[in-house]
Design a protein around this ligand. Structure first.
Ligand SMILES: Cc1ncc(COP(=O)(O)O)c(C=O)c1O
Length: 346
C-alpha cells in the first residue's frame, strides 16, 4: 500500500488543507496561563471526562455519548478497528474523503466503492446497489457506511432526507463525517436520539482554527462510544490537549462569526472563479472545487506553485478529472490566489 500524502510544499500562500486562515483570538495565551494547573508528572484523565462533558453540553448529550481522539482521523481509525476488520466491509461514495477508504483498508476492512451522482450527492439507486453488493461479504454488510457531509473534496452537504434514508436502510454503523458541519444548514446529530447505529464525527481542525492541536470527536450512542474506547490505547489524549479543547469551546461565538465571514468570502471567490471562465461547484464548506474546462489542471496547479500558491490538485480523484480545490483563506490570500490563477490561465 502507498501511504496517504497530501503534498506539503514550502509556499507563501497555503490553500490546500482546508484549515482556518485565522487563529482563535487570545487562545494560545489562555492555554499558556492555564498550563500551571496541570500535573504533567501524572498520566492524563484516561476518560477525558471534563472535555467529553463540555462537548456533550455543546451537543445536548451526556459525556458517555462523546468519544475524543487525536484528530477526527483517529476517530475514524477507532471506528474501523471496532466495527471493521477482516471479513467485513465499509462503503464509501466516491469522490469523497480519501482517508475513509484508506483507514478501512489499513484495518483489513474491504471497501465497497459507491459513486455519487452528477451533483456529487448520494443517490437512492446507488445506495441500494452499495448495500446489496455488501451482501456477498456476509449477511450484515457493509458493517460501516461512511457519508461525508459536507463532502470533501466536492463541497455539498447531503440533504437530511437522504441521510435519513441511509440510516434507515444500512445494516450496520452509519458514520456521518461532519468535519465541515458548521457550514451546513443541518446536522446528522439531530438524528442521533432515534438511531443508536449512527455516529457523527467532528473536528477542531477546520472551523475551530485548531488543526495543530489534533483533536476530533464522535457523538454516538453510549454503546458505540464504549466499543470505541475498548480499541483505544490507554492515555491516548494528553492533558494539554484535554485542557486546550475545553478552552477552545469558550470561543463558540467567535467560531460562528468566523464561519459567517468565510461563507461571505467563499461567495466572492466563487464569483471571481466564474469571471475567469472556470466552473466552480456549489459548496457548503470552507473550500471550493472548480473545473477548468479545456485546461490541463495539473499544469495550472504547477504554475500556481511556481507563483508560491498551493491549492489541492484533485484531478486524480475519481470523476474529478480537470478539477482543483481551493481552501477559502483571508481576503488578501484569496486575492493573491486569484491573481496567480489569472496569470496561470493567460
Ligand atoms: C472530511 C474530513 N474528515 C476528516 C478530516 C481529518 O481531520 P483531522 O484529523 O484533522 O480532524 C478531514 C481533513 O481534511 C476531512 O476533510
Amino acid at each position: 500500500m502507498a501511504g496517504y500524502h497530501s503534498p506539503q510544499i514550502e509556499v507563501g500562500i497555503r490553500l490546500n488543507t482546508n484549515e482556518s486562515p485565522e487563529p482563535l483570538a487570545g487562545f494560545t495565551e489562555q492555554v499558556a496561563a492555564s498550563l500551571g494547573t496541570l500535573a504533567l508528572n501524572r498520566y492524563p484523565d484516561r476518560e477525558a471526562l471534563a472535555l467529553r462533558r463540555a462537548l456533550g453540553a455543546l451537543h445536548g448529550v451526556d459525556a458517555e455519548q462523546v468519544y475524543c481522539a487525536n484528530g477526527s482521523n483517529e476517530v475514524l481509525q477507532a471506528i474501523c478497528l471496532a466495527y471493521g476488520g477482516a471479513g467485513r466491509s465499509a462503503a464509501v461514495f466516491e469522490p469523497t474523503y480519501a482517508l475513509h477508504g484508506h483507514i478501512a483498508r489499513l484495518t483489513g476492512t474491504a471497501v465497497i466503492e459507491g459513486e455519487r451522482d452528477g451533483e456529487f450527492l448520494v443517490e437512492e439507486g446507488e445506495l441500494a446497489r452499495v448495500l446489496t453488493v455488501g451482501g456477498r461479504f456476509g449477511a450484515a454488510e457493509p458493517a460501516i457506511v461512511f457519508v461525508c457531509s459536507p463532502n470533501n473534496p466536492t463541497g455539498r452537504a447531503e440533504p437530511r432526507d437522504m441521510v435519513e434514508r441511509i440510516v434507515a436502510s444500512a445494516p450496520g454503523l452509519v458514520v456521518v463525517d461532519e468535519a465541515y458541519g458548521q457550514f451546513a444548514r443541518w446536522s446528522a446529530a439531530e438524528l442521533l436520539a432515534d438511531n443508536p447505529h449512527l455516529v457523527v464525527v467532528r473536528t477542531f481542525s477546520k472551523t475551530w482554527s485548531l488543526a495543530g492541536l489534533r483533536l476530533g470527536y464522535a457523538v454516538a450512542d453510549p454503546e458505540v462510544v464504549d466499543a470505541l474506547l475498548r480499541v483505544t490505547l490507554p492515555y491516548h489524549l494528553d492533558s494539554v490537549k484535554q485542557l486546550a479543547g475545553r478552552i477552545a469551546l469558550e470561543h463558540l461565538d467567535e467560531m460562528h462569526d468566523r464561519v459567517a465571514r468565510v461563507v461571505a468570502e467563499r461567495e466572492r471567490v466563487v464569483h471571481a472563479l466564474r469571471a475567469l471562465g472556470l466552473r466552480p461547484f456549489p459548496s457548503d464548506a470552507n473550500f471550493v472545487l472548480f473545473a477548468l474546462p479545456g485546461r490541463d489542471a495539473r499544469e495550472v496547479w504547477r504554475s500556481l506553485v511556481r507563483q508560491s500558491v498551493l491549492v489541492r490538485d484533485v484531478s486524480g480523484f475519481p470523476h474529478l478529472d480537470g478539477c482543483l480545490r481551493v481552501t477559502i483563506g483571508t481576503p488578501e490570500e484569496d486575492d493573491t490566489f486569484l491573481a496567480a490563477l489569472s496569470a496561470a490561465l493567460s
